[in-house]
Design a protein around this ligand. Structure first.
Ligand code: G3I
Length: 351
C-alpha cells in the first residue's frame, strides 16, 4: 500500500506539528500551501486598499491567493463622495484594473450604510435636487461605473439593530423611510447593473440568533416589497472562542431562504478571545479550528448558494483589528505574508 500522503495528509501533518507550539508569544511555524484560489470550488475574496496593490510583497500575494476583490473602504461614500458632491473614483478604478489584470472578480462594498453621513448629502440643497434623486444618482453612478467587472454589491450594509432590535436609524432612513430607502437602493442598483447580485450584509449573525432572525425577516420583507435582493452577506468578524458548531448552524439558517451566501468579511480575532492572555497557544489552535469550520460549512452549502468567501485582509499586519490591538493576529497569513497553521486548517476545510 502506498504510503504517499495526499494534499490533506500533508496539510494535516503540518498542522499538527505547528499547533504543538503553545508557548506564549511564540509565532506558529508557517505551513506550505497551494494558493487558496486554486483550492476552492467558489470565489476566495480579499479586502484590499489601492495602495496595497503596488506593494512589492502584498500585491503579488493578493494576485496569487484571491479570485475576488472587495475594496476595504475606497468604494464607500466616505472615499468616493466629496463634500462638494464630486466623485473620486481613482482608488476604485485601480482596484478594478488590478482585478481585470489578474482574472479576479470585483465585489462592490458598500452603497448604503448607516455609518456614512457625507456632507454632500447632509447639506444637500433640496431646492435644486430632491434627496431621493441625488441618492439614486449616486448609486447609478457608482454601480454603473463597475458593471463590467463587479459580480455583486453590498447594497445595504448593517441595517439591523446591534442586538437585533428593529432597524437602525440613519440619514437614509430619516429622509426616505426605514424600508423604502433600502428598496430604492436595490432598485437603483438593479437599473444600473442588470446582472450584479445584490446583497444585504450584516455582522454578528453567527453569535446573536436574535439578530440573525431579524436579518432574515428584513430580507423577506425586502423581497415582499419587490426589492431585487439576490444574496445574503454574513460579515463573519469572528472571535476565536466562538462555540464549536455555532458557525455552521448560522450558515445553514441563512441558507434556508435559498439565496446565495457571501461570507463577506472573514477574520478570526485572537485578542478578542478572553483566554488570549492566559493561553495564547490555545487561542491560536482555536482560531485554526474555527477557520476550518467556516471553510467546511461554506463548502457544504449547495453549489448555487456558494457565492464566495472573502477574507477581510490576507496578512495580520494589514488588518483593521490591529488598530484595536497590536497583538492581534486575525488573518491567515502572518506579517511576512507566510501561511499560518490557520491557513492550513482553512485550506483543509475547502471542498
Ligand atoms: O488611508 C487613509 C490615510 O491616508 C488617512 O491619513 C487616514 C485619516 O483620514 O485615513 C486612512 O483611511 C482609513 C482607511 O480605513 C484605511 O486605513 C479611513 O479613514 C477609515 O475610515 C477606513 O476604515 C475602514 C472602515 O471600514 C470604515 O470604512 C476600515 O479600513 C475597514 O476595515 C472597515 O471595514 C468595515 C466594513 O466596511 C463593514 N463591516 C465592518 C468592517 C470593520 O469595521
Amino acid at each position: 500500500m502506498a504510503f504517499g500522503l495526499d494534499r490533506r495528509g500533508v496539510l494535516a501533518g503540518a498542522l499538527a506539528l505547528a499547533a504543538c507550539d503553545r508557548r506564549a508569544g511564540a509565532q506558529a511555524a508557517p505551513v506550505d500551501l497551494p494558493p487558496l484560489r486554486t483550492l476552492a470550488q467558489f470565489a476566495i475574496g480579499a479586502a484590499v486598499q489601492a495602495a496595497q496593490l503596488d506593494d512589492p510583497d502584498l500585491g503579488p500575494l493578493i494576485a496569487a491567493q484571491a479570485s475576488q476583490l472587495t475594496a476595504e473602504w475606497e468604494m464607500k461614500m466616505e472615499y468616493i463622495l466629496q463634500d462638494d458632491g464630486a466623485y473620486r473614483f481613482d482608488a476604485g478604478d485601480r482596484i478594478a484594473a488590478f482585478a481585470r489584470a489578474n482574472g479576479q472578480r470585483l465585489f462592490g462594498h458598500t452603497l448604503v450604510w448607516f455609518d456614512q453621513r457625507p456632507a454632500a448629502f447632509v447639506a444637500l440643497d433640496e431646492s435644486r435636487i430632491s434627496f431621493e434623486a441625488a441618492y439614486r444618482n449616486y448609486i447609478a453612478a457608482v454601480v454603473g461605473r463597475y458593471r463590467d467587472i463587479a459580480v455583486g454589491w453590498d447594497v445595504v450594509n448593517e441595517a439591523v439593530g446591534e442586538q437585533g432590535e428593529g432597524l437602525r436609524k440613519s440619514l437614509w432612513s430619516d429622509k426616505l423611510g426605514d424600508i423604502k430607502h433600502m428598496v430604492i437602493a436595490f432598485q437603483a442598483a438593479r437599473q444600473a447593473d442588470p446582472a450584479a447580485i445584490l446583497f444585504l450584509n450584516d455582522y454578528n449573525l453567527e453569535s446573536l440568533p436574535a439578530k440573525r432572525k431579524a436579518f432574515l425577516k428584513l430580507a423577506e420583507q425586502l423581497l415582499a416589497e419587490g426589492a431585487p435582493l439576490g444574496g445574503l452577506g454574513t460579515q463573519s468578524h469572528l472571535t476565536a472562542d466562538l462555540a464549536r458548531g455555532a458557525y455552521g448552524a448560522h450558515l445553514r439558517d441563512l441558507a434556508s431562504l435559498g439565496l446565495p451566501i457571501h461570507v463577506s468579511e472573514l477574520d478570526v480575532s485572537q485578542t478578542r478571545a478572553p483566554l488570549h492572555l492566559i493561553d495564547p497557544g490555545g487561542v491560536r489552535a482555536a482560531q485554526s479550528r474555527l477557520y476550518a469550520e467556516v471553510a467546511e460549512a461554506f463548502s457544504a452549502l449547495p453549489a448555487p448558494q456558494r457565492f464566495g468567501l472573502t477574507l477581510w485582509g490576507l496578512r495580520d499586519k494589514d488588518s483593521w483589528l490591529r488598530r484595536e490591538n497590536a497583538a492581534d493576529a486575525p488573518c491567515l497569513f502572518d506579517d511576512q505574508g507566510r501561511p499560518k497553521p490557520a491557513a492550513g486548517a482553512f485550506a483543509n476545510g475547502l471542498r
